[in-house]
Design a protein around this ligand. Structure first.
Ligand code: F6R
Length: 241
């Protein structure tokens, strides 16, 4: 694991965008695995700037998002479809056909998960996976549990995640209780992984990720098994390592 500790959120975002841009330039048809949430917002805004001012070219880039709430369609302002278009896709030259996000409105969610998994395999797997981390150590929506699923699946969100994510909704009741998430398999098979964390609320999960025992109760600890993981942390997130 390579660990960069930077002073502030903004520094984390700039450094993260530089690494993504490097990947995009080195392999212009890279398959990027993408995360949502508040952590990567600054990175996306920097990438948009790099596209607008430095012609960073996404025309052959393919993307797979980690997850989506079950029950939310692409027009719902809290759906991850909406988020991704708002923060990145609307502002860069990516082709619509190259964007993949699990379908929160799928009539048959299990089949949608299987199809999603198959598409990742058909595209050759993820070249570069961007991750945030939950305060409970979740990755995507792979929540702490007695077992972890390797493939894309439907998951029940923990009370902690529902509470943490309620800040984006009008009330906690409105937060969907289920989601579709990429499993640990394609994440750990990614050629490179970049994990971002900011703020003290992530410090315990980061301590476990870096030096805790590998356990399904903290899914991010599985990253210890991957040969090419880069962590970019601000000082608060890094305070326990
Ligand atoms: C979302 C995702 C989640 C978030 C995590 C942290 O696509 O993969 O695992 O990365 O919940 O969320 P924030 O960044 O909002 O603290």
């Amino acid at each position: 694991m390579k660990i960069h500790v930077v002073n502030h959120y903004q520094d984390m975002s700039v450094k993260a965008a530089e690494l993504v841009a490097e990947q995009v330039k080195d392999k212009n048809d890279s398959v990027l695995g993408l995360a949502t949430g508040s952590t990567p917002e600054g990175m996306y805004s920097r990438l948009v700037k790099m596209h607008q001012e430095e012609d960073l070219d996404f025309s052959a880039i393919r993307t797979f998002n980690l997850d989506e709430y079950l029950g939310l369609g692409p027009d719902h302002p809290q759906s991850y479809h909406f988020y991704m278009h708002q923060h990145l896709f609307h502002h860069i030259n990516i082709l619509q056909k190259n964007i993949n996000i699990p379908d929160g409105k799928a009539i048959d969610a299990e089949t949608a998960c299987r199809d999603y998994e198959e598409s990742i395999v058909n595209e050759g797997g993820i070249d570069f996976q961007v991750l945030g981390i939950g305060g409970n150590g979740h990755i995507g929506f792979n929540e702490p549990d007695t077992s972890l699923s390797a493939v894309t699946h439907v998951v029940e969100l923990t009370e902690k995640t529902v509470k943490d994510n309620s800040r984006f909704f009008d009330s906690e009741e409105e937060v969907p209780r289920k989601a579709l998430t990429m499993g640990m398999g394609p994440i750990l098979k990614a050629k490179k992984i970049l994990l971002l964390a900011s703020g003290e609320g992530k410090s315990e999960a980061i301590r476990a990720t870096v030096s805790g025992k590998i356990t399904t109760q903290v899914p991010a600890t599985f990253l210890q098994l991957h040969p090419k993981v880069i962590l970019i942390l601000d000082k608060e997130a890094a305070k326990l390592i």
